[in-house]
Write a protein that binds this ligand. Structure first.
Ligand code: SF4
Length: 718
């Protein structure tokens, strides 16, 4: 179908004409607001305060969401919004990883603020169309498609009619409709969810990009926290951005030469060092699988264990043999890291697309574990097929995997049984049943409807029904703040436990990944050092989401002389690239410390946003004990030498002749106490009270003593 035929078959509900203007130093200085309750579309200015204090990306999303909602706004209230914003660097093409955007909304899973970063073309194209953010509010009476078209300078809302619902077919069809010819498909970016997002709280968003070499529409995911569910609740089936072209300097940067020079430097590192370091261009992040297994960090059977004898079946080399090699796999133009791997012509064996040959994105490391080892499954074909269906149905692979691990452990412990699961034998390792459960979510049927509510809802439901011991359920439910853990075993890294459970949105590794610094290299042995790392890294990493950058090129390849630098973990050579690029785009003159302060402002804002909604205090940073230590006798005894040694050396407790239960109790007391001490140290370093609330004097020092923030934190000052 072409666009003319589309218009004949789909009612145009409303159209908004705007005047296109070029981007100025990374900003359009306006954003677009669309309300699908009354089909209102308008432009709004990006204020000076938004740029100075919130920068862009997640910062803009949080600012707009705060203003649009009140503390009690529920995720499915028409007032809730989805905000997409790239940030000032988003859309340049001369440096790797410069096409990311951040999606922000009130989450169906956590009831608090969610942010999720994503590649694909929509974020940069939104900017090229003329807007620094897309703000979606309201709830439509019928399914709609929203189109932003740079060429015609319009934003339009159409009746979605009989367009498909699952992402791979919907994105393909909309790309076909909007593009004039094959090459023009490069100028289309689609955002969509899928059928499982309609029947669960864990829906995610797919952002498309057109892979010209393969002649295929591909998908990248804004996975965490159920924002796809919000999109479908608003009865929006897809957003489309169509641009005239990509071009070399659409951001109208101040100093293109400086960016080009840093881009060349980085590309040389990729050419010369990637094969010696992480092989991102051959394996993507899936190179991590066996490394995690070797260090006992790969989640197995709902995070009970960190390794498994069958893990060789999912090692990096195996994934490489599935991935098509030698094609540029960047999820945005110019990315030399090229980690968005793909399995081509994969023939599906189940579900509504059985027999179809499809391209499957990834799998990335997280998915090799979540749709694999965490459910006790070591079968790449299961992982690839489940990855495809999670993507096209619109649910997050990380979340789904941690759900699978939880329900399987419940099943193995009699908390669930065939009667309660509608006949599904959910033992660890049962790949066919795991696949059927996924299809059930898409169809909105059976136990799939319960599993699709997520781990927090399930542990509460099972506890309320009297299914199993409540304490055990809470110990093994790998969620914090309502979000499922991502895929690293944190038991032996106290800093990573904090990196997970102190994260503003819930336990995702994008704020802090400190396992190697802490556990493997022992670089941060004291509470003070751990606290410093849990200050610097979350603040620094937040910055990627303010400006439109992918964090992988920061440290997934390192300059050859990085080890000799003062602080190798910070990769100072690459930080310097980012300072240079930010200044070269915006014409500002900031240094590396100011980058961290930019993040710190937004980070504290998000913490206070949580507080405003009734969260954001110490009790919400608590972790399930499975994240900190062995919950079961089986777990303890599988690593008894390690734990016994720790009892002697760290606690001064002699385990000789003691029962496993007794040893577990002593170890647990110790580990829980250590975690509380860590919280004290980190809160102190971050300028927060003992209850985890930003102090007013700290907000003042950051220039974030905005009246609306002071009003929220004032009652919590010590
Ligand atoms: S490094 Fe990978 S995820 Fe990041 S922009 Fe490049 S291809 Fe995309």
């Amino acid at each position: 179908m072409n666009f003319e035929e589309f218009k004949q078959n789909h009612t145009l509900i409303t159209s908004y004409k705007y005047t296109w203007a070029p981007i100025d130093k990374g900003y359009n200085n306006r954003y677009i607001y669309v309300n699908v309750s009354d089909y209102l579309i308008k432009e709004k200015p990006v204020t000076k305060q938004m740029k100075e204090k919130f920068i862009g990306g997640k910062g803009f999303g949080l600012r707009l969401l705060w203003d649009a909602t009140d503390p009690k706004t529920a995720w499915n209230d028409p007032k809730n919004e989805i905000i997409i914003s790239g940030g000032p660097i988003c859309g340049i093409t001369q440096y790797s990883g410069t096409g990311k955007s951040l999606v922000v909304s009130i989450s169906p899973q956590t009831d608090s603020v969610m942010d999720s970063n994503v590649g694909g073309f929509f974020g940069p194209f939104l900017k090229f169309c003329g807007f620094d953010a897309f703000e979606l509010q309201g709830k439509s009476e019928k399914d709609v498609i929203i189109i932003l078209d740079e060429e015609r300078e319009v934003v339009e809302i159409y009746d979605a009619g009989d367009l498909p619902r699952d992402s791979h077919v919907l994105a393909e069809e909309l790309t076909e409709i909007m593009a004039k010819d094959e090459r023009d498909k490069m100028n289309v970016g689609v955002v969509s969810a899928g059928t499982a997002a309609e029947h669960s709280l864990i829906g995610m968003l797919n952002f498309s990009f057109y892979d010209f070499k393969r002649k295929k529409v591909r998908l990248k995911q804004a996975g965490r926290g159920g924002i796809g569910t919000v999109l479908r609740d608003k009865n929006v089936r897809a957003l489309v951005a169509k641009v005239k072209g990509i071009g070399g300097n659409r951001n109208n940067v101040v100093n293109l030469e400086a960016i080009v020079e840093r881009g060349r430097r980085f590309n040389k590192e990729m050419r010369e060092l990637d094969d010696k370091q992480n092989e991102m261009r051959k394996k993507g992040t899936a190179h991590l699988t066996h490394i995690m297994n070797d260090y006992d960090l790969l989640p197995v059977n709902n995070f009970k264990f960190g390794s498994h004898p069958d893990a060789f079946k999912i090692r990096g080399d195996v994934w490489m043999s599935y991935f098509t090699q030698g094609v540029p796999d960047g999820c945005w133009i110019g990315c030399n890291m090229s980690c968005a791997k793909g399995v081509d012509n994969y023939e599906l064996r189940s579900g509504p697309y059985k027999g179809d040959k499809v391209i499957v994105d990834g799998p990335e490391y997280e998915t090799t574990s979540s749709l694999g080892s965490v459910a006790g499954i070591f079968n790449p074909d299961f992982t690839i097929e489940a990855n495809f269906y999670c993507d096209t149905y619109g649910i997050c692979t990380i979340t789904w995997g941690t759900i699978l691990g939880f329900v399987m452990e419940c099943y193995e412990n009699g908390i669930l049984n065939e009667e309660r699961t509608g006949g599904l034998k959910l033992n660890f390792g049962n790949a066919d049943v795991a696949m059927e459960l996924l299809h059930q979510v898409s169809r909105g049927e059976g136990f799939g409807l319960i599993a699709g509510k997520g781990v927090r809802a399930m542990k509460e439901l099972f506890g309320k029904n009297g299914w199993g011991d409540r304490k055990f359920l809470f110990d093994i439910a790998m969620e914090n703040k309502g979000l499922e853990y991502s895929q690293y075993v944190s038991k032996e890294s106290l800093a990573q436990q904090g990196g997970y459970a102190m994260t503003n949105k819930g336990p995702q590794h994008d704020e802090a990944w400190l396992i190697f610094m802490d556990m493997v290299n022992n670089q941060i042995p004291t509470f003070e050092k751990k606290a410093e790392a849990l200050h610097y890294f979350p603040m620094f990493r937040t910055w990627f989401g303010l400006v439109g950058l992918c964090k992988l090129p920061w440290n997934d390849v390192e300059p050859e002389d990085n080890a000799e630098s003062d602080e190798p973990a910070k990769v100072p050579g690459h930080v310097d690239n980012y300072v240079t690029i930010y200044n070269a785009v915006t014409g500002q003159n900031v240094d590396k410390d100011e980058l961290v302060r930019q993040s710190e402002r937004v980070y504290n804002f998000q913490r206070i946003f949580n507080l405003r909604r009734g969260y954001g205090t110490r009790k919400w940073d608590a972790q399930p004990y499975r994240a900190a230590g062995p919950v079961t006798i089986e777990e303890y005894e599988s690593r008894a030498d390690r734990y016994d040694k720790q009892l002697i050396e760290k606690i001064g407790y002699d385990p000789t002749g003691k029962t496993t239960e007794e040893k577990m109790r002593v170890l647990r007391n110790y580990r829980e106490e250590q975690y509380e001490k860590l919280l004290d140290a980190v809160y102190l370093r971050r300028g927060w009270t003992k209850n985890g609330v930003p102090k007013i004097e700290h907000l003042k020092s950051l220039g974030m003593d905005l009246p609306e923030l002071i009003e929220v934190v004032a009652p919590y000052q010590e």
